[in-house]
Design a protein around this ligand. Structure first.
Ligand SMILES: [Fe+2]
Length: 247
């Protein structure tokens, strides 16, 4: 083994330091309003862990999905207030904000037109699709967001089954439409399966990733992340121009 490659090998034995990402912008930490944290204790446990891992700010994104999670800006902001109060009481010093993860359906288009979406950073809107079937409203939703002054950020691109065979082409089309791309960190660990891991590696190798997120629903997601940080693909994140760092 040559000197350079042995240096490379030894460097990659170190766990990647998540303080390089600094801000997490996709998680489900508000207790009891979606399939994420189910109690204040769970929520605080996860937040303490994010802090240990080196994050300086969390933007949590409860689901807004018409049939399953009928969350409103009011419900989410009230939950955020309670959570901040609890963190204050416990003396936990970590900035926490809330936006949402919008599910793409006709109700979402109505919400965009109403103009009252929960955003992060400068007008960014995190939105997702069904995992198995491409929604027919993709382009309408993207157009409506752009038209109303929002910056669309597609959640976990690598997880959609209908993009697995045509990832690069799909990314090109989405980027041409002005969409920013978010990747889940745990996709690199194999948590969602091999094809999704491969798609995530494709995103990293081509520098297609605008944001990375934990998509943390439970503490096990952070356990898994922490135990995989020596994976070379995490080290590659240091060379990406991630927008997380400017949030
Ligand atoms: Fe999510």
């Amino acid at each position: 083994m040559g000197l350079l490659s042995s240096l490379f090998e030894s460097k990659n034995k170190e766990p990647y330091d998540l303080s390089d990402i600094a801000v997490d912008m996709h998680s489900h930490l508000i207790p009891g309003i979606d399939d994420g944290a189910q109690s204040m204790d769970h929520s605080v446990g996860m937040i303490l862990r994010f802090k240990d891992l080196g994050y300086r700010k969390l933007i949590t994104t409860p689901h807004i999905m018409s049939d399953y999670y009928k969350n409103t800006p009011e419900i989410i902001n009230n939950g955020l207030c309670d959570l901040r109060e609890e963190l204050d009481k416990l003396g936990v010093d970590l900035e926490i904000q809330a936006a949402a993860e919008y599910y793409t359906d006709e109700f979402f288009i109505d919400k965009i037109e109403e103009g009252n979406l929960l955003t992060f950073g400068k007008n960014n809107v995190l939105f997702e699709f069904s995992f198995s079937a491409k929604p027919r409203l993709v382009n309408e939703a993207i157009f409506a967001m752009k038209n109303n002054g929002y910056q669309p950020v597609l959640a976990h691109f690598e997880r959609y089954s209908f993009y697995l065979d045509n990832g690069e082409k799909a990314i090109e089309d989405l980027k041409n439409r002005g969409v920013h791309i978010q990747m889940n960190l745990n996709s690199l660990t194999g948590h969602y399966g091999k094809p999704i891991k491969k798609q995530a590696e494709m995103l990293v190798d081509n520098q297609f990733v605008d944001y990375v997120g934990s998509d943390c629903h439970r503490i096990e997601h952070l356990d898994l992340l922490e135990s995989n940080l020596s994976n070379p693909y995490f080290h590659k994140l240091a060379n990406l121009d991630l927008k997380n760092r400017n949030l």
